[in-house]
Design a binder for this molecule. Structure first.
Ligand SMILES: Nc1ncnc2c1ncn2[C@@H]1O[C@H](COP(=O)(O)OP(=O)(O)O)[C@@H](O)[C@H]1O
Ligand SMILES: [Mg+2]
Length: 319
């Protein structure tokens, strides 16, 4: 097992209270596997990814429980220095949700892609330059040797996303967390980025956690997905099984909200209601308030029920 996360809990200490952004998440990723982490905006996907790198909002964010093991090594108890030197950007890298926040407008692309390689002592001098050209070639930036001195604004949106991917894969991480890597892009570029992620994985054997609210993107890249709702995983399993027969009412509603090919947009039905606040969330099932098949029992936290083929869901209906 490449990555094993068990009962991870991450809190944000805000003025208005303690926000339980990640509330007891367990997941596993094998070498060479892509796990999809899906769910609506605000469900805690990004903070789950950031927790793995221990890159939480300064001051407010804290991992308060659980375990994160990479190749068997516990990460939650490492010192900040060990995280920076051995793990972050080296063995786990993240492609951030918005490429412009990862790129510094005043440094050249060559500098920025070279940075992780320099910081982790992977290459210097002439070797550094050729490594940067090599990694930019791998993400298919045309004529990369001529573009090292260019700045982020001189690249198109799709190219900037490729440059951000180049920064992440330069040190050949064991695990790549890709946070909504296709969201801001038009469909043609989305397809290119998806094939780029596939290629990176084939080249390096990295495990990937693909964070997305787009179930179509998840289906095209992942064999397994985990569905998040309000800081928790409500269903996990093989993507084909879940798409054919979603077990949790939230997953069912999420899938019903996807427009099928050729279907009129008017049939697109968002799930009525809002997710609960993660400051003092309800004690029982967090989806209960919006759930069409809610029962009295749902006031208690539901058990996670194993179905088959590694498919499981947390719902009283299945108990
Ligand atoms: N820096 C922050 N300060 C305050 N609240 C935050 C911050 N980042 C995230 N949150 C809150 O934490 C919860 C989880 O957010 P996030 O992990 O970004 O969700 P997702 O990626 O699924 O959209 C949300 O309620 C969000 O509003
Ligand atoms: Mg996010």
């Amino acid at each position: 097992m490449l990555l094993a996360v068990e009962n991870l809990q991450t809190h944000l200490h805000l003025k208005r209270g303690v926000l339980r952004a990640v509330d007891g998440i367990s997941l596993e990723v094998d070498e060479g596997e892509t796990l999809g982490l899906v769910g609506e905006s605000g469900s805690g996907k990004t903070l789950t990814g950031l927790s793995l790198l221990r890159l939480l909002p300064m001051g407010s964010g804290r991992i308060v429980g659980g375990s994160v093991k990479l190749d068997g090594q516990e990460l939650t108890t490492l010192s900040e220095r060990e995280m920076a030197r051995d793990i972050r950007g080296r063995r786990i890298a993240m492609i951030m949700q918005d490429p412009m926040t990862s790129l510094n407008p005043v440094f050249s692309i060559g500098d920025q892609v070279g940075n992780p390689l320099r910081n982790h002592d992977i290459a210097r001098g002439a070797a550094l330059r050729s490594s940067v050209v090599d990694v930019l070639t791998r993400v298919r930036i045309p004529s990369p040797d001529k573009r090292l001195g260019d700045y982020p604004h001189q690249f198109s949106g799709g190219q900037r996303q490729r440059v951000v991917a180049a920064m992440a894969i330069g040190c050949t991480p064991r695990l790549l967390v890709a946070d909504e890597p296709t969201t801001a892009l038009d469909v043609t570029i989305q397809v290119q980025i998806i094939s780029l992620l596939r290629q990176i994985q084939a080249d390096t054997g990295a495990g990937i956690i693909l964070i997305t609210h787009d179930l179509g993107v998840a289906a095209s890249l992942c064999r397994r997905i985990a569905v998040m709702y309000a800081g928790q995983i409500v269903e996990t399993g093989p993507v084909r099984r879940i798409y054919r027969a979603p077990a949790h009412p939230y997953t069912q509603a999420l899938l019903a909200a996807i427009p099928r090919l050729g279907e009129k947009r008017t049939r697109l039905q968002a799930i009525p209601g809002q997710p609960p606040s993660l400051i003092d969330p309800p004690g029982g099932c967090r989806f209960a308030e919006r759930c069409p098949v809610r029962m009295d029992k749902c006031a208690e936290a539901p058990p996670t029920i194993d179905l088959a083929d590694g498919h499981s869901a947390a719902c009283w209906k299945l108990a």
